[in-house]
Design a protein around this ligand. Structure first.
Ligand SMILES: [Mg+2]
Length: 370
């Protein structure tokens, strides 16, 4: 079997809920585009992935994907995923990790469809469900965080992660305190400050949420401040989670491990180079008796790819659902949702097992890149 074509169909995503701007993403909401990546084969089987998110329109990655990644996979056996991963990663200087991730996810989708198995079965399944937590957007007041946390706690979600304003640390501590008080002592809470602090601020907030019994402390310092993370880890007991958007791909985790700069490894199929990179990293963490916690995927199909990988990873605890849902879910007929007990379940259809809304994509199509 050979790959005969690769196309990216760009389609409009309008009316995305507007949120408060964050310093690392800018303003969120309004309009964006996703890209449906299609890998075609000489035997008629197709593999798919979505490129883009509500905050990063697909055309930013699609052009270089077509120019630099398409020639790598064209004419190749789609089952040679490991062999194809290497040249794709090597050429990322001229394309993007998101583009590599999309092609890799489509290769896994295709692989599952060829053999008639869901991706987690191809990988080797470990579980059939996993607890889900929700991650807040940036909200305007402690009361707004409390309202959201208690709403999702009542819906059965297994934890709540705060993305704080990260402007004034006293305000962030106030938010964390108010939410802890509202949800009770035993409900899992996490804080993700998204590179928001300098070292003294990170230490101050870390001490506060440690006292409040938070479960992990994510990305308090800049993503390349490995020395700062080492120092912080030596001064705090709360587990620290870095590496979600730290520079580089799979091999860039090595210095974090040998420096003992983080208690977890983290990434997702979109930002680290697909399911292949996610699985390599999970296994790398396992050797260090560490967990690998998967970041949300930024679009509906990437979240399903994350879910497929999660079912085949031993050393992971939660599935992340980023809020608001209206800025994360688009382009599928049926979304992957947690049950009333806050559990995400394995999808057992071949490949990604997603029901893509091809009619919507056709109706909102703006361009087909090939
Ligand atoms: Mg994060």
């Amino acid at each position: 079997m050979k790959i005969t074509d690769l196309t990216v169909t760009l389609f409009k995503w309008e009316g995305i809920p507007k949120g408060i701007a964050k310093r690392h993403t800018g303003a969120i909401g309004g309009d964006s585009q996703l890209g449906l990546l299609t890998l075609s084969t000489d035997e008629g089987v197709e593999g798919h992935a979505f490129l883009g998110s509500s905050g990063r329109s697909a055309e930013f990655d699609a052009g270089s994907l077509i120019r630099y990644l398409k020639p790598i996979v064209l004419g190749q056996n789609p089952l040679d995923r490991e062999r194809l991963f290497e040249p794709m990663i090597n050429i990322q200087r001229n394309t993007t990790m998101r583009a590599v991730g999309a092609v890799d996810v489509a290769l896994w989708d295709l692989g599952g469809k060829i053999v008639g198995l869901p991706i987690h079965r191809l990988l080797g399944s470990y579980r059939d469900s996993i607890p889900a937590y929700v991650s807040s957007p940036r909200l305007a007041s402690p009361e707004a965080y409390v309202a959201e946390a208690t709403e999702y706690q009542a819906k059965g979600l297994r934890g709540y992660k705060i993305h704080p304003p990260a402007v004034d640390v006293r305000e962030d501590i106030e938010v964390c305190t108010a939410v802890r008080k509202a949800v009770g002592h035993d409900y899992p809470l996490m804080l993700d400050s998204i590179w928001g602090y300098d070292y003294p601020q990170a230490l101050e907030v870390g001490k506060a949420i440690q006292e409040l019994g938070y479960y992990w402390y994510e990305d308090p310092l800049a993503g390349d401040d490995m020395l700062g993370y080492v120092k912080l880890k030596n001064h705090l007991d709360i587990p620290i989670m870095a590496t979600e958007h730290s520079p580089g791909g799979f091999t860039a985790y090595a210095p974090w491990l040998v420096s003992q700069a983080t208690d977890y490894l983290r990434g997702d199929v979109a930002v680290k180079g697909g399911i292949t990179a996610v699985m390599k990293t999970a296994h790398l963490a396992e050797a260090f008796h560490m967990n690998y916690e998967i970041h949300h995927g930024g679009n509906s199909l990437n979240n399903i790819a994350n879910l497929q990988a999660t079912m085949a990873i031993k050393n992971t605890e939660y599935f992340e659902i980023l809020l608001p849902g209206g800025a994360q879910k688009y382009g599928l007929i049926e979304e992957a949702e947690p049950d009333s007990d806050g559990m995400m379940h394995a999808i057992d259809e071949p490949g990604l097992g997603a029901k893509i809304d091809f009619e919507l994509i056709q109706n909102r199509k703006t361009a087909v890149l090939s």
